[in-house]
Design a protein around this ligand. Structure first.
Ligand SMILES: Nc1ncnc2c1ncn2[C@@H]1O[C@H](COP(=O)(O)OP(=O)(O)OP(=O)(O)O)[C@@H](O)[C@H]1O
Ligand SMILES: [Mg+2]
Length: 235
């Protein structure tokens, strides 16, 4: 099976070379645990290999995302200018649209906030790598049933587009939906911040919960976030 580098060499070495090509990985985790940054590494790797990448950011402006990336040495704006990267403006549009329709009809708001399948239309032709961050915002008014239906359709659509995708979903939304997102995807990663029971220190943890057809590390992986991004720590 062909793999695309995660953008983190040590992690690649632990998962048979990277994320399986043309499949969707789910990345879940608590707030501030490093989800977006892990996603940015993947995009960085893709763009620097000359692959066309797309970021659909639902919770951050393009500007904030670019600043975050640049602080880690990831030149998002450069990739954008070179035509290698498309950063979707779904966040700005949502905010603008919401302002306009708040005065009108609550049903419209529900529609806008629950349209997961619509994301497929936002992926430009020729994109090979897709990062969606964060799909949880669409689930606020959704039943687990409806989420499952829409999420499955999204995964199916991504596969038909021949893209390798990393879909981020915050833990709170994932739990609210009963954790069902994990069943539809090819692999699942989880980031968190935990107390080390032996040292008492707070630690960043990455867990590989599953990747089909792949030997995965069963132990949690400790990592740090530095000015160079995610650094995997020794056991
Ligand atoms: N340049 C940097 N150097 C060191 N640490 C950084 C740097 N930039 C960000 N961080 C750390 O990374 C954390 C955020 O990581 P990230 O945005 O990937 O988390 P997240 O899980 O996506 O959070 P959110 O809930 O906001 O989506 C910050 O809280 C900060 O501690
Ligand atoms: Mg984030």
């Amino acid at each position: 099976m062909e793999r695309l580098s995660t953008g983190i060499k040590e992690l690649d070495g632990m998962v048979e070379g990277g994320y399986p090509r043309n499949r969707t990985m789910l990345l879940t985790g608590t707030t501030g645990s490093g989800k977006t940054i892990l996603g940015l590494h993947f995009v960085h790797q893709g763009c620097s290999n000359g692959r066309k990448c797309t970021i659909i950011a639902t919770e951050e402006t393009q500007d904030d995302l670019a600043h975050q990336a640049e602080s880690l040495g990831i030149p998002l704006s450069k990739y954008d200018k070179e035509g290698l990267l498309d950063i979707d403006r779904v966040y700005d549009e949502r905010a603008e649209y919401m302002k306009d329709i708040l005065a009108f009809n609550a049903a419209d708001i529900d529609d806008l906030q629950s349209n997961i399948i619509g994301l497929l239309d936002r992926i430009p032709k020729g994109a090979e790598t897709v990062l969606i961050d964060n799909i949880g915002v669409f689930t606020l008014n959704m039943s687990p049933n409806e989420f499952r239906a829409q999420f499955d359709a999204l995964i199916h659509g991504l596969a038909k587009k021949n893209v390798t995708a990393l879909v981020i979903m915050d833990s709170a939304s994932d739990e609210r939906m009963g954790g069902i997102a994990a069943y539809s995807v090819y692999g699942v990663l989880r980031t968190s911040i935990k107390d080390n029971p032996f040292t008492g220190a707070r630690e960043r943890i990455l867990e590989v919960l599953k990747i089909r057809n792949t030997k995965i590390p069963i132990d949690p992986i400790r990592f740090d976030i530095t000015s160079k991004g995610i650094v995997i720590l020794k056991k």
